[in-house]
Design a protein around this ligand. Structure first.
Ligand SMILES: NC(=O)C1=CN([C@@H]2O[C@H](COP(=O)(O)OP(=O)(O)OC[C@H]3O[C@@H](n4cnc5c(N)ncnc54)[C@H](O)[C@@H]3O)[C@@H](O)[C@H]2O)C=CC1
Ligand SMILES: CC(C)CC(=O)C(=O)O
Ligand SMILES: [Mg+2]
Length: 356
């Protein structure tokens, strides 16, 4: 079980240290190797995704990723910016299916931005297509505006596109995930405006014919954002494109109390995966020792479940997280009156202790 450990930037190394600590006490034989990525990769090797880091990620059975992003590199040309590392890894490893479970732990009902009765028992799965859409479409850039009222002025442009096989495979992932859960899929699109997403809707509808046991509905993304904060428990599995999924999953994170609670798995066709918290490098709190490490620790649990089939160990970690929350331990992002505020390291140590 070779794991590439890529801590990255900002709070990345702080939260990763806690997840590694948890993995180290499980009693399993993990072969963990650490490498620079993102701003750390650029600083040490002149590239956000150094060749040695990419080679390690490819040779490993799974990748555990922290976060990348550092504002001091914002003026670099796009290909050298830290964020290119995670986009590059997703593309190079073929990680097209991003699973982001938004689960509310009962102890955090008060930390959710919604009323307890609206979120209690929340358990939804957002499936975000991860290697297509406007994040990867070409052409893109800045050019002279070819027509319209701003003809001749500069314009920025990107290309939104999805190939049929890309939609088919993510639709299959969603329907198969729903078969193991509540048997409902909501496909989120903007078919009323965008050609790409009318096509998306047509293809998802076609794939659905193979899954008569699953209920499918379609929803425009603006309404989906509203329904997520109005009545989130109406959703079971939500499947959508890269851009909409990025935004909706951050939104769903707050239903669970904090973005620091949302883990993720990014999988290829054979369930080889990269596991990372859904949040970024949080430069505003980096170095302060206050970041919530639970999304990363829960991502490690997803890794054990999906990449290594270690269901019992994954359950052990998830139960340990439940236990520390029941003990009242909270990092600042989920703190409320009557609970005990702890730092990143204390939270990691508490999870280790709670493993039993
Ligand atoms: N997969 C990745 O590596 C991602 C990288 N980014 C990058 O991260 C950098 C910062 O981006 P932002 O838009 O600020 O998003 P962010 O997710 O890093 O932070 C948003 C807010 O949430 C808080 N937060 C995030 N994670 C937290 C945690 N574990 N515990 C407590 N609070 C937490 C931050 O303090 C901040 O106030 C940028 O360079 C961005 O491009 C953003 C998202 C994902
Ligand atoms: C660099 C970004 C595309 C990362 C992000 O926001 C995400 O994966 O949620
Ligand atoms: Mg995001």
């Amino acid at each position: 079980m070779k794991i590439a450990i890529l801590p990255g930037d900002g709070i990345g190394p702080e939260i990763m240290a806690q997840a590694v600590k948890v993995l180290n006490v499980l009693g399993e034989q993990f072969d963990m190797e650490t490498a620079d990525v993102g701003g750390a990769g650029y600083a040490a090797h002149g590239h956000p995704l150094p060749p040695a880091t990419l080679a390690l990620a490819k040779s490993a059975d799974a990748v555990l990723f922290g976060a990348v992003g550092d504002f001091k590199y914002d003026s670099l040309e796009r290909s050298l910016r830290p964020e290119q590392a995670i986009l590059g890894l997703r593309k190079e490893l073929g990680l097209f299916a991003n699973l982001r479970p938004a689960i509310l732990y009962p102890e955090l009902a008060g930390a959710s931005t919604l009323k307890p009765e609206v979120v209690s028992g929340l358990d939804i799965l957002i499936i975000r297509e991860l290697t297509g859409d406007v994040y990867f479409g070409k052409p893109r850039g800045v050019r002279e505006c070819p027509d319209g009222p701003f003809k001749g002025e500069r314009e920025g442009f990107d290309t939104m596109r999805y190939a049929e096989p890309e939609i088919r495979r993510i639709a299959h992932v969603a329907f198969q995930a729903a078969q193991k859960r509540g048997k409902r899929v909501t496909s989120v699109d903007k078919a009323n405006v965008l050609e790409t997403f009318q096509f998306w809707r047509d293809i998802v509808t076609d794939v659905h014919k193979e899954y008569p046991d699953i209920e499918l509905d379609h929803m425009y993304v603006d309404n989906a954002a509203m329904q997520l904060v109005r009545a989130p428990k109406k959703f079971d599995v939500m499947v959508t494109g890269n851009l909409f999924g990025d935004i909706l999953s951050d939104c769903a994170a707050m239903l669970t109390g904090s973005i620091g609670m949302l883990p993720s798995a990014s999988l290829d066709a054979s369930n080889k995966g990269l596991y990372e918290p859904s949040h970024g490098s949080a430069p505003d709190i980096a170095g302060k020792g206050i970041a919530n490490p639970l999304a990363t620790i829960l991502s490690a649990a997803m890794m054990l479940r999906f990449s290594f089939g270690k269901t019992e160990q994954a359950d052990r970690i998830e139960n340990a997280v439940k236990k520390v929350l029941a003990q009242g331990l909270r990092t600042g992002d989920i703190f409320e009156a009557g609970t005990t505020r702890v730092g990143t390291e204390e939270m990691g140590n508490a999870v280790v202790k709670a493993l039993g």
